[in-house]
Design a binder for this molecule. Structure first.
Ligand code: ACO
Length: 319
């Protein structure tokens, strides 16, 4: 049987690190307020001349090196992002060109913070069906560009970054099962309502969020989709070695682990240092867990994420 297997991972964080105390110098907030509600201590912010594709390329290069795969072998590139370089073309094609690759399909998926779940599942389907052999799957976002830095209710939550995996066809175990969902009825919980029209930006180009509404919806749906992916795959929660969750809020992460009866010792948490990097957060956490030698080959991982749309999903895999 052919599996889509993770051959290598890589990630990139911009150099500039901004702590909660740094933010408290400019807005009415405190380290105590932010940390107690979210688990966030710091976030990284892209330089003015750093674009989404620049972050993605750095993460991709590291993943290719880790996988020992040459760029010529890549026959699919998917970038999950909600903060593309341009309205069009897809950031994936810009990444493709910057990596010196040409010809293979390259496209973006837009599922906000759940984007990496959608991108990984799409690449899995390509590989399982024989349409691709080696895929570069990247989550990259620069939410610092769509945040109102005067809105203390949202600006403290986000950071910039990128994470990537090289996914390849293999006889060895890889992705076991995936489950994705979306429901546009929850549009108003979280959005950036702007659009370009007639040479102007129509509507506000900053992120709007109903924090408590997002919190409740995320806790409920992440528990449900985790159950669903395990049940459909015929796995028990005890068989999970690591949960690699979307890093939005430590309390949301703890709620999912508690629901599954999985100890926090078996959960990769990077939200303290990364904050919410949207589509980048799961591959950033995955790469951190692997590079810290906590996640080992042969272990079972449950990846799960949720974001605007609303869109959410979980992927069960053997690393
Ligand atoms: N610093 C200090 N005070 C603040 C801040 C801040 N940064 N932000 C808000 N407050 C104040 C509010 O003004 C309010 O004051 P008031 O009582 O005088 O009106 C008070 O703190 C409480 O505000 P709430 O919004 O009720 O605070 P809550 O306890 O709900 O926490 C939070 C807010 C942290 C946003 C929480 O709702 C949350 O984590 N929600 C999930 C949001 C999330 O994860 N979004 C990420 C995007 S979606 C995703 O990735 C899943």
């Amino acid at each position: 049987m052919t599996f889509a297997r993770i051959l290598g991972t890589g990630s990139y964080l911009p150099q500039k690190r901004v702590t909660n105390d740094d933010l408290a110098k400019h807005i009415d907030t405190s380290d105590e307020w932010i940390f107690s509600r979210t688990g966030i201590k710091a976030r990284h912010i892209a330089a003015d001349d750093e674009k989404c594709s620049d972050l993605a390329v750095q993460a991709a290069k590291r993943a290719l090196t880790d996988a020992q795969v040459d760029t010529e072998e890549i026959d699919l590139i998917i970038v999950a992002t909600a903060t593309p370089d341009m309205q069009f073309p897809a950031t994936a094609t810009i990444v493709q060109h910057k990596l010196g690759i040409s010809g293979c399909p390259a496209f973006d998926v837009q599922a906000v913070c759940a984007g990496f779940m959608f991108a990984l599942t799409t690449a899995h389907a390509y590989i399982k069906s024989g349409l691709a052999k080696k895929a570069l799957v990247i989550g990259a976002d620069v939410f610092s560009r769509i945040i109102d830095w005067q809105d203390r209710g949202t600006c403290v939550l986000f950071g910039d970054g990128a994470g990537a995996v090289v996914l390849g066809a293999s006889d060895e175990a890889g992705i076991i099962h995936s489950k994705l969902h979306a429901d546009g009825a929850f549009l108003n919980l979280l959005n950036v309502p702007a659009q370009m029209a007639n040479g102007e930006i129509m509507g506000t180009p900053f992120l709007k969020m109903d924090g408590q509404g997002v919190f409740k919806f995320a806790v409920k749906q992440l528990a449900a989709v985790a159950d669903e992916v395990l049940n459909e795959a015929g796995y028990q929660a005890e068989q999970i070695d690591w949960i690699v969750p979307h890093q939005a809020n430590r309390r949301i992460i703890e709620a999912t682990a508690k629901h599954l009866g999985v100890s926090m010792e078996k959960v990769i948490v990077t939200v303290d240092e990364h904050a919410n990097t949207s589509a980048a957060s799961i591959p950033l956490a995955l790469d951190a867990g692997i590079k810290e030698k906590r996640i080992q080959r042969g272990q079972n991982l449950l990846l799960e994420g949720i974001g605007g749309g609303f869109a959410w999903g979980a992927v069960l895999l053997t690393y």
